[in-house]
Write a protein that binds this ligand. Sequence first.
Ligand SMILES: [Zn+2]
Length: 461
Amino acid sequence: MSTLLIRNAALLMTMDNHRREIPDGGLFIRDGFIEQVGPSAELPVDADEVLDLPGYLVLPGLINIHHHFYQTLTRAVPAAQNVNLFNWLKTLYPLWARLTPEDIHISTQTALAELALSGCTTAADHLYLFPNGSRLDDEIQAAQGIGLRLHASRGSMSLGESQGGLPPDSVVENESAILKDSQRLIEMYHDPNPGARVQVVLAPCSPFSVSPELMRQSASLAREYGVHLHTHLAETQDEEVFCLQKFDRRPVSYMSLLNWEGSDVWFAHSVYVNQTEIETLARTGSGVAHCPTSNMRLASGIAPIMEMVREGVKVGLGVDGSASNDGSHLLGEVRQAMLVARLRAGLSGASLSGEAAPPLMTARQALEIATRGGASILGRPDLGSLEPAKCADFVAINLNRLDYAGALDDPVAAVVFCAPVRVDYTVVGGKFVVKEGQLQSADLGRLIELHNRASKRLLEG
Ligand SMILES: [Zn+2]
């Protein structure tokens, strides 16, 4: 039994059902779970460890629901800087075909270090190519060293160029091998219990890189074991055209045909969805991972997030792979989500001042997507808010800094509106991953050195 007392925070944002924000707030934590939340004066006075946080804002840990950690090795690659999704992929596939198990390990730690320092406590990653003996195990083991919760997606590609798919044949796998490995990984690593540190997700990559049959079989395997399903969907106009030409259906309708809908399914991007598709997503409880920076970086488009929120679609936030962002700053992504939703409202042609003005996404809505929204999509009622019986996953940010000078009337808004900062504390299940601004679980200098060496090797071949 161990207890941790957090107290005297300038403000504690709970994200609970009443969205309480508690001045002079604190948490009492026992064995990794929250036992009490409230004003510091109402909490126990002692614990095994006590942390006073006057002048800090405490928030629920942010949840990242779409990433490709390995892409941290190929950021800002010159030939992939100024192209759209399909050309970006075609440029990078041959580099990614050189990935080794060690590269997966290093890039996982790099991505998770960035995420932890930007306020993330749970990350879903989508690894969909396994060259040179790489396995999802490499990622899961590397993640355990950093200390964030991981939803590791067993991705896959099976439709190579020779069969009408986009990826070169050298990076696709045999479908029965994919399903066999998926089953092995679920049995080996998936923990369905509250407080789980690792869960497994099945995630064929996209409509243009796997067969309909693999989508169907992945869905039935996932449901047999009660694990979630994830894929890219409706990311670009090219993909919409591909689905209409090849399957004679729009993307969401194609997914329905394959039995890919429900509260155990979430889609990355969903930029090109119309009103009917938004209603389908809402009705079926399917989730969307909004990745605003990537959508801007690849000139994909602006996802209709406020329209989805209005219709009741579950929306969470993802930084997406680091080759299309080119970073893993989750608090920065919260800001991007708020800003790009406003840009979409401004571009809608409607007056922004009249009665029918489209609503502008608020800082609190953006944070809600990145906390409660992500938890709901991942099927984690134990995450997403600071309440008794939930996991003790939170971050703390010192408000007394240059970036927030002049913004302290509303500290919650300050962390979204002002330039994104690194957090001072990241705590997962009561354990410090970041303390006083320093990552506790890895030697960053060494990691960066190894990472740059691996990146150079990938680029030079
Ligand atoms: Zn992606």
